[in-house]
Design a protein around this ligand. Structure first.
Ligand code: SF4
Ligand code: SF4
Length: 246
């Protein structure tokens, strides 16, 4: 199956407005000129499964694809770098035996997202289909969401990015917060998020996205049948990123 046609599109497509070179911050009112559109797909709830056993230690395909697709401000300087998706090494020790594994981290698109609850201007919100997004036109850069997120999934644009890799996607200025938006613009077109496609293209398929409301979807089947884990489940945020092999 062509993975870009993986999703079944139930309705028409509404594209996010992409006009405006730099974000204009608004404090109140409706969202004219918003860079984020509500999902045109009704009845969906997008979730992700990451199979860590398939993730190759030195592979950065998903990270590279995300940075390119979303114009993520990656300056190769940890003081300023923004990460929508990252990989860390986890070491676990049982007795004298220690094992290491790579873990992919990104926004969990929490069903009860504390980041959205604290945002004073509703710049961060959860779409009907469960994707948590930031409207950069509304963000005032207070960074409450970064403090509220228990997963350190949010980053702040301290510096403008000079080279914009993907001219089809909106630019944003320094002074706004952001996190993975599950490539909502691609999902709305029936395409896979850039990281999922990149991982598939290198032959691994460690990252899967699908409709959790569709019991026949690959993601829903894995969540129902396999020993999946979520991060910090005890907090009650109900993350929608599930791990195999964590
Ligand atoms: S992981 Fe953090 S940024 Fe993402 S929805 Fe949850 S609280 Fe918000
Ligand atoms: S920094 Fe976060 S909490 Fe503050 S306005 Fe922007 S999105 Fe909302």
């Amino acid at each position: 199956m062509d993975r870009r046609d993986f999703f079944k599109i139930a309705g028409g497509t509404i594209l996010a407005g992409t006009s405006g070179v730099y974000a204009i911050r608004r404090l109140t009112g409706s969202i004219p000129g918003s860079t984020v559109a509500d999902s045109p797909l009704t009845g969906k709830k997008w979730g992700m499964v990451i199979d860590l056993s398939k993730c190759v230690e030195d592979c950065t395909a998903c990270l590279d694809a995300c940075r390119y697709e979303n114009n993520v401000a990656f300056h190769q300087d940890e003081r300023w770098d923004v990460h929508w998706i990252r990989k860390i090494r986890l070491e676990s020790k049982i007795g004298t035996t220690s094992t290491e594994k790579s873990v992919i981290l990104l926004c969990n698109h929490c069903e009860k997202p504390p980041c959205a609850q604290v945002c004073p201007v509703q710049a961060t919100y959860k779409r009907e289909d469960g994707i948590v997004v930031v409207d950069h036109h509304r963000c005032i850069g207070c960074r409450y969401c970064m403090i509220a997120c228990p997963y350190n999934a949010r980053y702040f644009n301290f510096k403008d990015k000079e080279d914009w890799s993907n001219t089809d996607r909106p630019k944003r200025s320094h002074g706004v917060a952001e996190a993975c938006n599950l490539c909502a613009h691609r999902i709305d077109l029936g395409e896979l998020p850039a990281c999922v496609e990149a991982c598939s293209n290198v032959g691994e398929g460690a990252i899967m996205v699908g409709d959790m409301n569709d019991s026949g979807s690959e993601v829903a089947k894995i969540i129902m049948a396999e020993a999946v884990k979520r991060l910090k489940e005890d907090l009650g945020t109900e993350p929608k990123v599930y791990y195999l092999g964590l």
